[in-house]
Design a protein around this ligand. Structure first.
Ligand code: AMP
Length: 198
C-alpha cells in the first residue's frame, strides 16, 4: 500500500479528540512511508492531517478544484498540489492514484466521497480497501444505517462487512493491508417468502 486517500472534515469538529487523532493519523502515514492523497485544503481536519504528515517527513498530494483553490484555502506547502476543474475530476484522480481510502470524521463532503468509493467497490469498477477511522464513535450511526440497509435488503451483507473499521489508526492500517475484495454482484434477489417481513 503506497498511497492512501483520506477524506475528512474541512471543519475541526466539536471535540478536540478529532484534531488530535487526525494529527496522529497523518504522522502514522508518514512513519509507514505511505503517501497521503487528500482534498488539498488547509482548513479543518484536512489541514491538520496534511501538516502532521508533512512535519513527519511524509509525502502529501493534494487535489483541489479551481473554484475551492480560488477561495485561498488550498494548502501552500504540499509535495504536489493538483488544481483540477471540478469535483468529479478531483474524485476521479483521487481514485486513480490511491491504493486505499480512509474516512476520518467529517461532514457531507466526507460522506459524498466515502459513498462514491464504496459504490465503486460494490460495482467492481475497482476493488480497493475502504476504511473508517471511528474516532470517538463518530461513525457509529452511519454503521447502524448500513446494518439497517442489510436488514432491509438494500445493502448486501458482504459489502457491509467489507468496510474496514477501527478506532485505532495502527490497527486500521493492518486491516487495510489484510483486505480481501469480495467478488459478488451488486443485486439482491427478491426473496418472495420474506416479503411480509416488517
Ligand atoms: P466536509 O466533510 O463537508 O467538511 O467536506 C470535506 C471533504 O470534502 C474533504 O475530504 C474534501 O475533499 C472536500 N472538501 C470540502 N470542503 C473543502 C475545502 N474547503 N477545501 C478542500 N476540500 C474540501
Amino acid at each position: 500500500m503506497k498511497s492512501i486517500c483520506v477524506f475528512c472534515g474541512s471543519s475541526m469538529g466539536r471535540n478536540q479528540v478529532y484534531k488530535t487523532e487526525a494529527a496522529a493519523f497523518g504522522n502514522l502515514l508518514a512513519e509507514n512511508k505511505i503517501t497521503l492523497v487528500y482534498g488539498g485544503g488547509k482548513v479543518g481536519l484536512m489541514g491538520v492531517l496534511a501538516d502532521s504528515a508533512l512535519a513527519s517527513g511524509g509525502k502529501v498530494i493534494g487535489i483541489i478544484p479551481r473554484s475551492i483553490a480560488d477561495l485561498e484555502i488550498a494548502h501552500d506547502h504540499l509535495t504536489e498540489l493538483h488544481i483540477v476543474e471540478g469535483m468529479q475530476e478531483r474524485k476521479a484522480m483521487m481514485m486513480e492514484i490511491s491504493d486505499a481510502f480512509v474516512a476520518l470524521p467529517g461532514g457531507l463532503g466526507t460522506l459524498d466521497e466515502l459513498a462514491e468509493v464504496l459504490t465503486y467497490n460494490q460495482l467492481r469498477i475497482f476493488d480497493k480497501p475502504v476504511g473508517l477511522l471511528n474516532v470517538n464513535g463518530y461513525f457509529d450511526h452511519l454503521l447502524k444505517f448500513f446494518d439497517h440497509g442489510v436488514l432491509e435488503r438494500f445493502v448486501r451483507e458482504e459489502h457491509r462487512n467489507n468496510i474496514v473499521v477501527s478506532e485505532n489508526g495502527t490497527e486500521l492500517l493492518e486491516k487495510l493491508r489484510d483486505y480481501e475484495p469480495v467478488h459478488i454482484g451488486k443485486w439482491i434477489e427478491e426473496i418472495k417468502e420474506e416479503s411480509s417481513v416488517k
